[in-house]
Design a binder for this molecule. Structure first.
Ligand SMILES: *[C@@H]1O[C@H](CO)[C@@H](O)[C@H](O)[C@H]1NC(C)=O
Length: 215
């Protein structure tokens, strides 16, 4: 029996190795040509011979984001559009500032998991699992703590304190995308029909109108 299986096992190992190679990078880098008119998934590469150190650089993440807004938080992104060298690498970064008791409202990243570390302050964080459990997993984090939000799941943060809070998030996409639930549902252009939202949320048309006007 073992003699019969053995060649297949070897074949399977060789085959999976060659597949894995295809998923890896095909060159050292592909710095995004952000001005290219070519529409591909991501960005075309700049000519490697014209690439400069600044294509792999972003300065300014020490700067506090302006949290004077209705939610009391500000995301400073370092995605491919801010740092062209991220193109095709599948990673990015963001700084998130929170005013006292500010929130980063429930949202999802369609293309990335997020791993967040707290630099200053105290954050209450959470995410909700998919149907049918919809389990709410939540924790209070302090300076030095790290928490991961799995790709696609709705998650949020709140500054649980009277001082500013700062977090740095790494994301598993050069362009993670963000879908704030309230904006997506109540602020789409054009609107999702009110009767659909009224039935979905088991609310009156008037209540839906009131919320839509805020977004
Ligand atoms: C922060 O944003 C608010 C609201 O947009 C604006 O009035 C204020 O001038 C900004 N503050 C700074 C320091 O840019």
């Amino acid at each position: 029996m073992a003699r019969v299986l053995c060649p297949f096992v070897v074949l399977a190992i060789v085959f999976s190795t060659s597949l894995a190679t295809n998923h890896g990078p095909l060159q050292d880098f592909c710095v995004a040509d952000l001005k290219s008119q070519v529409l591909i998934n991501g960005f075309p590469c700049k000519n490697p011979s014209s690439v400069q150190a600044n294509d792999f650089y972003f300065g300014g993440l020490h700067m506090m984001g302006n949290t004077s807004n209705p939610i009391g938080s500000k995301v400073t992104p370092v995605y491919v559009t801010q740092l062209p060298g991220l193109n095709t690498l599948g990673i990015s970064l963001a700084r998130v500032d929170f005013a006292p008791w500010g929130i980063n409202p429930p949202h999802t990243h369609p293309r990335a998991s997020e791993i967040m570390t707290i630099l200053e302050g105290t954050l209450e964080v959470g995410f909700v699992t998919s149907n049918p459990e919809n389990r709410h997993i939540t924790k209070v984090l302090v300076k030095g703590d790290v928490f991961v939000f799995p790709v696609g799941l709705v998650h949020y943060q709140r500054n649980n304190g009277n001082t500013n809070a700062i977090a740095i998030s790494a994301l598993s996409s050069q362009s993670p995308g963000v879908m704030p639930i309230a904006n997506v549902i109540f602020g789409s252009k054009p609107d999702i029909p009110k009767d659909i939202l009224a039935r979905a949320f088991q609310m009156s048309d008037k209540a839906i109108c009131d919320v839509q006007q805020k977004f």
